[in-house]
Design a protein around this ligand. Structure first.
Ligand code: G3I
Length: 355
């Protein structure tokens, strides 16, 4: 147990730490396990050397003290829900806005939380100057490299894992026709991983996607790509399974599917877990949701190279779900008033190895 914990919460090399002090307004992180109570989510996760994370929005982080106290008590990892996306970081060409991303990284350092970086290469949330810039392939290549060098470089030693490439596939397993795919071809994925690795050799580099939790055409295509990248020596270290589920629909093949990626030597992580229920949520649906939280987290944590589970938010107050799926909501472990839901108990039992 101890040996594994040390590997995941490794201290910074001195040289890296010195470089970080020089870089920025943010302090050097100490990713040692927090003095968290054993019965919190992070207490259980610390005990088994894994991450339990939450996606964090800048609004609740800066304005909702109830949210922040639950976040810090329960989670040993955070993901920027939006603040590290390209449109947030570089709204006009060459003009960067690091404020929200720095705030989250600083907060994480101060509360012994690791940071998952999300996300470097995505078809969505691109700034309009980039989306509508009619750049040539060679210009796009240069812009992408600069974005990765700048962003990963800024948080070198402070982000333990990056979602380097997000949502690159269509449901049938073909490559999604994004700006990157269309202009640069599939080679942009290997290039992005190589550039990110050069910018922070210690960060674990992920490909992240949704609807890849089951064994299906999309996960098969990703599996084939992952094998190919590994065979070519490309620095791919993990696969992120977003896991945006509907209650009662955690795929039966999820654990076996994660295991086949783990068997390639890759880390696997659940990166964006939420489980939506029809509104108004009945007691029966909330009980089912609780069982699903347990199952989904165990499906990852029961696999050898599972690095952790992240939920896509803390409370139902700030979830993206009701705005996107009409008639659905209540997808997270806490109510809008920060009462732990049955979903919290399910998640806790999934993370606690003795439950
Ligand atoms: O920042 C602008 C703000 O300036 C503007 O006033 C406001 C008006 O609507 O919009 C703000 O941007 C919104 C942004 O969230 C920040 O709040 C966007 O409209 C909104 O579309 C965006 O939604 C996010 C979505 O990704 C798209 O980036 C959700 O919060 C976020 O939960 C969601 O997260 C994604 C993951 O990154 C990838 N996987 C799926 C997941 C759920 O869609």
């Amino acid at each position: 147990m101890h040996r594994r914990r040390r590997r995941l919460f490794r201290p910074l090399p001195l040289a890296t730490a010195a470089a970080l002090v020089a870089v920025a307004a943010v302090a050097v992180p100490q990713l040692t396990p927090g003095a968290s109570a054993a019965t919190t989510l992070r207490g259980y996760a610390d005990g088994r050397g894994v991450r339990i994370g939450a996606a964090v929005g800048d609004t609740p982080l800066t304005s909702d003290s109830s949210y922040v106290s639950v976040l810090d008590r329960e989670f040993n990892s955070v993901t920027a829900e939006n603040a590290m996306k390209w449109d947030a970081l570089e709204p006009s060409r060459g003009t960067y806005n690091w404020a929200a991303a720095d705030r989250l990284v600083n907060h994480a350092v101060a509360h012994d939380q690791g940071v998952r970086g999300h996300t470097l290469v995505w078809y969505s949330q691109l700034p309009s100057w980039l989306k509508n810039g009619n750049f040539s392939a060679s210009q796009l290549n240069t812009l992408l490299k600069k974005h990765i060098d700048t962003t990963v470089g800024r948080y070198r030693g402070k982000v333990y894992a990056w979602d380097v490439v997000n949502e690159a596939f269509n449901e049938d397993g073909s490559m999604r026709g994004s700006l990157w795919q269309t202009e640069l071809g599939t080679g942009y994925i290997a290039n992005a991983l190589r550039w990110a690795h050069a910018a922070d050799p210690a960060a674990k580099l992920y490909i992240n996607d949704y609807n890849i939790e089951a064994d299906n055409a999309k996960s098969d295509a990703l599996y084939a790509l992952a094998r190919q990248l590994l065979a070519q020596g490309v620095p791919l270290h993990g696969i992120g399974f977003q896991s945006h589920f509907v209650v009662g629909q955690v795929p039966a093949s999820m654990k076996a599917n994660l295991k086949r990626f783990s068997d390639l030597g890759l880390e696997v992580s659940v990166t964006e877990l939420d489980i939506r229920v029809p509104l108004p949520a009945s007691a029966a649906e909330l009980a089912r949701q609780s069982a699903d939280y347990k199952l989904a987290s165990e499906n990852c944590l029961g696999v050898k190279r599972c690095a952790g589970v992240t939920v896509w938010g803390v409370s139902d107050t700030y979830s993206w779900v009701p705005g996107t799926f009409a008639g659905y909501g209540a997808a997270l472990p806490y109510t809008e008033h920060y009462a732990a839901k049955p979903a919290y108990t399910g998640l806790s039992n999934g993370v606690n190895p003795k439950a």
